[in-house]
Design a binder for this molecule. Structure first.
Ligand code: NAD
Length: 253
């Protein structure tokens, strides 16, 4: 009986940026837990679609550029047309730009802030309106970062965007908990994805990072799937506005 509260049978989830990496692992995890999934991607999510179809899961791959917010109404409408409702939103799509703070360009500031926090906020707002119309609440999961808690180096806009994301996770949770909408976040630690290829290929940085992680390994995309399914499920109904670190103990040091 306990495990029933983790089940997501016939729930409808939107996952942004699921053609690779953490988004792909969360989309597949949600599908394996019972969800129908709408992926939102700038380029076709070919590998994700193949894995979804091989597993017999319902998956739609919607094309949108989340650097701007114009496509949001279309994403909502497409999901309703296909599956009739929305139950879960995972704001995962994100980018990082590296530049010294002294030279940091406005373009690298605006692009990162746009996709990582502004789009995440307005996607959440649009989905929350749909949740309220449906009358049964819903779950919003934002993908934050260690840099929601720490400063980082040469990544000013990323730190700003992910700190903002943790803040608006709390702000939205405060306003929408009364509608049975749970807004929470996951802060991944150092995970093996495209995003971190350069870091992993730099021998000195790689060794320094591994030395500091109590679990003594980089995280795998699959490590994020379980916490995502949990936060999307009824088992997490009384968790509001919290950011869970999935980091092999990095923040505990
Ligand atoms: P990734 O680069 O492999 O994936 C990023 C995803 O965002 C891709 O699906 C990409 O297509 C999508 N995306 C980028 N720009 C887009 C745009 N303009 N429109 C639509 N989609 C767009 O990186 P990842 O490591 O899987 O990162 C996923 C999320 O996790 C990001 O928000 C990232 O900041 C966060 N994160 C990653 C790590 C890590 O160690 N990998 C750590 C902390 C947080």
């Amino acid at each position: 009986m306990m495990l029933d509260s983790f089940h997501l049978k016939d729930k409808v989830a939107i996952v942004t940026g699921c053609n690779t990496g953490l988004g792909q692992a969360m989309a597949i995890g949600l599908a394996e837990a019972g969800c129908k999934v709408v992926g939102v991607n700038r380029t076709p999510a070919i590998e994700t679609a193949e894995q979804m179809h091989a597993g017999g899961h319902s998956f739609i791959d919607y094309r949108a550029d989340l650097l701007k917010q114009d496509d949001i109404p279309g994403i909502i409408q497409q999901t309703i047309d296909a599956f009739g409702r929305i139950d879960i939103l995972v704001n995962n799509a994100g980018i990082i730009r590296r530049e010294d703070a002294l030279d940091f360009s406005e373009q690298n500031w605006d692009d990162v802030m746009n996709i990582n926090s502004k789009t995440a906020f307005f996607m959440s707002q649009a989905v929350a309106k749909q949740f309220i119309e449906q009358g049964h609440g819903g779950k919003i999961i934002n993908i934050a970062s260690m840099l929601s808690f720490q400063g980082g180096i040469r990544v000013s806009s990323y730190t700003a965007s992910k700190s903002a994301l943790m803040g608006i996770t709390r702000a939205m949770a405060n306003e929408w908990a009364k509608f049975n909408i749970n807004v929470n976040a996951i802060a991944p630690g150092y995970m093996e994805t495209n995003n971190t290829t350069a870091l992993r290929e730099d021998e000195d940085r790689n060794a320094a990072i591994l030395e500091r992680i109590p679990a003594q390994r980089w995280g795998l995309p699959r490590d994020i799937a379980g916490p995502c399914v949990f936060l999307a499920s009824d088992a997490a109904n009384y968790i509001n506005g919290y950011t869970i670190a999935v980091d092999g103990g990095w923040l505990a040091r």
